[in-house]
Unconditional design. Structure first.
Length: 187
């Protein structure tokens, strides 16, 4: 159940207000993997569909072979989400790092998440993520640390003139580009 709830909550997505204002119906994410600075492969990673009010109504994640990894459908009455149905044909529960329990604590500044702590059942920090934002509240950088405080990865975000995310780039602890996600919007 934790996976279902955590995957439906999008800390890094565009706001409903922006989606509604711009009339966006669908967002596609293309993942580009790199090895030693050269593109290794690219594939459609995710599709998110929205209703007229800007509510997320469908989120589907794909594997590199184009098969569905998981899919969630959301149901609303006006602005209230009343249901969520998930299908997980290819999700391995190893995503929880072999743990049966996982909890997240979030620290906020001006109603925006600035720190995320992943905790084990005993309350010990497994992972800490620090989130930097621009003056509009958009996420510009995430720094992910292991339980010992060592930097694991750095993720940067870029936006267009409308404030829509256009690129997400992930770097390893040595600063080498590992993957990039490009965002394409349909109106």
């Amino acid at each position: 159940m934790l996976f279902l709830l955590s995957s439906g909550f999008h800390l890094n997505s565009q706001s409903n207000k922006d989606i509604r204002r711009l009339g966006i119906r669908e967002v596609k994410e293309v993942k580009v993997n790199y090895k030693k600075g050269s593109e290794k492969n690219r594939y459609l990673k995710e599709i998110r569909q929205y209703d007229k009010r800007g509510h997320l109504i469908l989120e589907e994640h794909f594997l590199p072979d184009s098969s569905t990894e998981w899919k969630e459908t959301f149901y609303y009455i006006k602005d209230l989400m009343i249901g969520e149905v998930g299908e997980y044909p290819n999700v391995t529960m190893d995503e929880n790092k072999g743990e049966k329990y996982k909890r997240y604590n979030y620290n906020y500044s001006k109603n925006e998440v600035i720190e995320e702590l992943e905790l084990d059942a005993s309350g010990n920090v497994i992972e800490k993520t620090i989130i930097n934002r621009n003056r509009f509240g958009d996420k510009t950088e995430e720094l992910e640390f292991d339980r010992d405080g060592n930097l694991k990865k750095r993720t940067t975000y870029e936006y267009n003139k409308f404030g829509l995310k256009t690129r997400k780039a992930e770097f390893n602890s040595d600063g080498e580009l590992k993957e990039e996600v490009l965002y394409y919007y349909s109106y």
